[in-house]
Design a protein around this ligand. Structure first.
Ligand SMILES: [Zn+2]
Length: 297
């Protein structure tokens, strides 16, 4: 009963306002073409049909474009708050419209949902918000001992379109560094040799162990999901390039040394066959940060 009387009140007030509207207001409340039946017409025109809907559609188009092109992970939150702001803005401009219709609230939301679904579809299999990192989100990985474990782990199976020989568990910081190295270090060094790079041989990734498996040594970065060991590369024609056999070889050795050099800085620690006896057959990369810059041997 109370709601009905409120509605009737609003009706009477707005219908009255509409009659006076053409002389006193530019708002699209009452229009000249409705003069024959002013009371009924004004009721029709109170509805949020023309202007709010157009404004809203334009805003949503703009937001959708931003959403589709933006890589900002905070964008969805921003979008949601903008949607709320939009609803409030309409309420301020046109109280009748938002009071009488659910459309201005519901429609942007469904359009945004659609845009988000499309984006998810495109990014299928992507982790760390990067389509170039294919794999799955794992989340918290508890360590066997307290010093081990990963807060937010991902399991990577392909980097920048190149398959890994085994899936590798790490955090997103390390995954991002890995991808940067594949793009800026590995691909340019190999170029079109053997038809180009087809697979990266992963020797180790997450493992709760001490450095170089030495008793009493500090926990390795491998135990924190911040390290990866690479032992070789396969080319499209089937050629295998390995750290063990090719590091000192002409041609392929030059490629490996370029990759090693380029990794320095992308990763905080870079160890290759020349560093010590533990790394004759693989590159060790990790994202630990050292005072005085990257440690590369
Ligand atoms: Zn290692």
């Amino acid at each position: 009963m109370r709601l009905t009387s409120v509605l009737v009140c609003v009706w009477v007030v707005t219908a009255g306002a509409a009659l006076a509207a053409p002389d006193t207001s530019l708002r699209p409340v009452a229009r000249a073409d409705n003069t024959a039946e002013p009371a009924t017409a004004s009721l029709r025109n109170m509805r949020p049909v023309a202007r709010p809907a157009l404004l809203e559609a334009a805003l949503v188009r703009q937001l959708t474009r931003q959403f589709e092109t933006g890589a900002d992970p905070g964008f969805q939150r921003a979008l949601e708050s903008q949607t709320t702001l939009m609803s409030r803005a309409f309420a301020a401009v046109s109280p009748q419209a938002t009071g009488w219709s659910l459309r201005p609230i519901l429609r942007p939301d469904s359009m945004i949902q659609k845009a988000m679904a499309q984006r998810r579809e495109r990014a299928k299999g992507a982790v760390c918000g990067d389509p170039g990192l294919q794999g799955e989100f794992v989340g918290f990985v508890p360590g066997r001992i307290a010093a081990c474990g990963i807060e937010e782990a991902v399991k990577i199976r392909a980097v920048s379109g190149i398959a890994l020989s085994q899936q590798a568990l790490m955090d997103c910081t390390t995954a991002a560094a890995f991808k940067k190295w594949v793009d800026q270090g590995v691909k340019p060094a190999i170029g079109n040799a053997g038809g180009g790079l087809s697979q990266i041989r992963v020797a180790a990734h997450y493992a709760c162990r001490t450095r170089n498996n030495q008793p009493g040594a500090k926990i390795s970065e491998h135990g924190k999901g911040r390290a990866i060991d690479i032992s070789g590369f396969r080319l499209r024609d089937g050629t295998e390039i390995t750290l063990l056999q090719d590091w000192n070889r002409r041609g392929t050795g030059t490629m490996l040394r370029q990759m090693h050099q380029r990794a320095c800085g992308i990763f905080g620690t870079v160890l290759g066959p020349d560093s010590d006896r533990f790394h004759k057959d693989h590159f060790h990369f990790d994202t630990a940060r050292h005072r005085g810059g990257a440690f590369c041997r």
